[in-house]
Design a binder for this molecule. Structure first.
Ligand code: DHB
Length: 327
């Protein structure tokens, strides 16, 4: 039997489980053209936008290595109008998800209304409830009442058939997984959640120069890269368990190798988004990810993503754990 790497998000068929994470290589038309040309990226997510263009935070506002990144871009974006045009142009070749990150509930509602009134070129809206980088603005999804308030208002807008998902920040406490899911379960029209946004707010320093590597917000910013993967996987797994089946989970965080994609899907993700790795390697890094993932499936003799999605085993098959600190 042939290998089939296709998957579905919100009922939309994707020919590979790999898409970009919002914010990476998706701010300008030139960058988006490159995403469009990559046959292994199955969808485009646009830069989280506001109603009007923003310059964002002062530079340097991004620092990355092959395994790690910190950013405080401050929502530098070209405006909703610009990304609506992007959706019109690029949705002819692959699905385009519009990421919206209004600075207030009113702005989010106004943008969703704008999308609803547009000619429905976008394949879906990813409402970002988790930007960690706007000075003096908290991450909405850490305030469950504010999150419910925004979602009440957003889901009142008639988006027709256009699906809407949300991008969540990482949660770390089981109580918070439950509290967040309790809010999200109130919205039967919610079609996916993306777990996780970068881990805010970390500090990375250069001990040689004794400086922070980015400068806005006293050097604090959102962390990405390999070490966020365990947090991302915990969020994917918990939301897969806590949300109804019709809400897909998009895994995001620590996808640097094909095996990372496999792990996200094993925890229940329908597809994955790639941030730090894409930023550091550019679009040319995507075929390697795809082929590594395909090789994992061949090695494990899986034919489709459904063969292993969400099938993580949680009772150990190895009883004698030599790494147990108490044994
Ligand atoms: C920015 C960062 C984020 O993690 C996000 O979700 C939205 C915007 C930014 O700094 O531009």
């Amino acid at each position: 039997m042939d290998l089939d790497l296709s998957c579905y998000v919100a009922g939309i068929k994707l020919n590979s489980p790999i898409m970009n994470a919002s914010g990476v290589c998706c701010t300008t038309v030139k960058q988006i053209e490159e995403l469009d040309e990559s046959q292994f990226l199955s969808a485009i997510v646009t830069k989280s936008c506001t109603m009007t263009p923003r310059e964002g935070n002062p530079k340097p506002r991004y620092y990355g290595t092959s395994s790690f990144s910190i950013n405080s871009m401050g929502l530098a974006n070209m405006s909703l109008k610009y990304y609506l045009k992007v959706a019109e142009t690029f949705s002819k070749s692959k699905p385009v998800f519009l990421s919206l990150a209004g600075l207030s509930a009113e702005e989010n509602v106004a943008m969703v209304k704008n999308v609803a009134a547009s000619e429905q070129h976008a394949s879906g809206v990813e409402l970002n409830l988790s930007c960690p980088n706007v000075p003096n603005k908290p991450q909405i999804a850490y305030d469950f009442e504010a999150m419910g308030d925004i979602l009440n208002r957003v889901f009142e807008v008639d988006l027709g058939n256009m699906p809407l998902g949300v991008k969540l920040p990482p949660y770390f406490d089981p109580v918070h997984f439950h509290q967040s899911a309790d809010v999200l379960r109130n919205y039967p029209k919610l079609r996916w959640v993306t777990c996780i946004n970068s881990i805010g707010n970390g500090l990375y320093i250069d001990p040689i120069t004794e400086e922070t590597v980015i400068h806005p917000k006293k050097g604090l910013g959102g962390l990405g890269g390999s070490f966020v993967k365990p947090t991302a996987l915990a969020n994917v797994k918990m939301f897969r368990e806590l949300l109804p089946e019709q809400v897909d989970i998009i895994g995001c965080g620590g996808v640097l190798r094909g095996m990372d994609i496999f792990e996200h899907i094993l925890c229940g993700a329908s597809a994955v988004q790639v941030g730090t790795y894409l930023q550091e390697n550019g679009i040319d890094g995507i075929p390697r990810l795809y082929h590594e993932f395909k090789d994992v499936m061949i090695l494990k003799e899986y034919h489709t993503l459904d063969d292993f999605r969400g099938r993580l085993k949680t009772s150990p098959t190895i009883m004698n754990n030599k790494n147990d600190p108490a044994s």
